[in-house]
Design a protein around this ligand. Sequence first.
Ligand code: EPZ
Length: 467
Amino acid sequence: MSTISFDVPPEVLDNRESERALRVRGGRSLRGEISVRGAKNTLPKNMVASLLTDQECVLRNVAGVSDVEIVGRMVRALGGEVEHTGSGEIRMCAARLAPLSRGEAAEFSGRSRIPVLLCGPLLNRVGELFIPDLGGCDIGPRPIDFHLEVLAELGARVEETSDGVRLTARRLQGARIRLPYPSVGATEQVLLAAVLAEVVTELSNAAIEPEIIDLIAVLQKMGATISVETDRVITINGVAQMHGFEHTAMPDRLETASWACAALATDGRIFVSGAHQLDMMTFLNAFRRVGGDFRVSDEGIEFWRAGPLRSVALETDVHPGFMTDWQQPFVVALTQAEGVSIVHETVYEDRFGYTSALNDMGAQVQLYRDCLGGRSCRFGQRNHLHSAVIVGPTPLRGTEIHVPDLRAGFSYVIAALVADGVSTITNVGLIRRGYESFEDKLRALGADLDAGVGSASRTLRRRIVSA
Ligand code: EPZ
């Protein structure tokens, strides 16, 4: 097993693709059917879990998004083998593992936050690793203090250096750990580290997102005993060895919600095949409250606008609350709703920067430091613009926009579809990190995109092989 092949051309990986602008002519409703595959926020974690064993692992329902490609390269750099064996399936085997060199670690960290999750497998299997400074992105500082604290509690030695953190451990030890906040990443960190640690780990105030449960399902298949109890307590019984797995990843509920918001904002009708109702009950409630409607079937979910959009008050939160990653596309739809809507962002302190570009297009979004429309959160009384007041409906007009991050990027595409005239969107490579073949899907739904991008998607279908 020595080849790696994914349907993502090198220019997408090297982000050169982001230099090619996407031109969108607005004013058309999106109608038709598209499909979603495995979740961008699950697949990389499932791939990291394969490093916990020297046996073969098979992952299915794998989407062609660049985050999967980047993690595939990371696994190979660690000495693992990765093979794309056909539509949506990859085989991985980490018979041997060696920590990344500082240079390699730095190369990967500039592109993704996943390197921080390598700690568990590497500390358990080789006893050391180096994590370079991951930096933040346009949604907040995104520190890793919770990660380092839980690893220290599990017995790792943590040495902060000028350019990152060096971690070593002889054998990790189970512990009772309480997270200061139900962080998804820190919960995944404990899961991936404690499964091979001595004795039992009890994690309280844990994240319980569906993506976490999907990772627990993989670890259980590999031989771990993990129970999710009431009140966000997860108990992990350490085992001496983990074995291979076969797993079909859960569908991407963030991509599904984004297409649903596109149907809402453009007054369209979109059937999203592969979508699961159970993962997005809170979203579906909010979708109906704002004036949308949906039909659930075993094949997927159909979304449409059921009448004039109504203003709402929303608060993002950890699961089962309204997800922070649903907020950007939903805000675009709220610019077309009758009245004053409020969105209180409680997960990231700085996730409304993207609204200034929406205001340039004609939206009316005002930001506040107060905790509006809900309970006070940990960002209240601090200098964070984490509440938005949206007055609608406002006509939008085409403009030039630069994508700052993944979710804001897709919400700009929706705004451009609603707008009068043509919008030119740059840095679209960031959108490909989490939205598979989104231009092809837009075109299939009747969107009017610039032909230039067409040739890019033809490239997308070309396979790349590196021995
Ligand atoms: C995951 O990020 C997702 N990313 C995010 O999706 C998602 O928004 C987030 O969970 C919340 O659901 C991936 O799965 C790759 P957190 P993660 O740890 O794990 C603070 C997208 O667009 N915090 O739950 O990084 C942190 O700053 C992305 O798909 C600390 O302070 O999120 C944030 O305010 C964006 N110290 C909050 O906790 C820490 O050590 C939640 O972060 C860790 C986190």
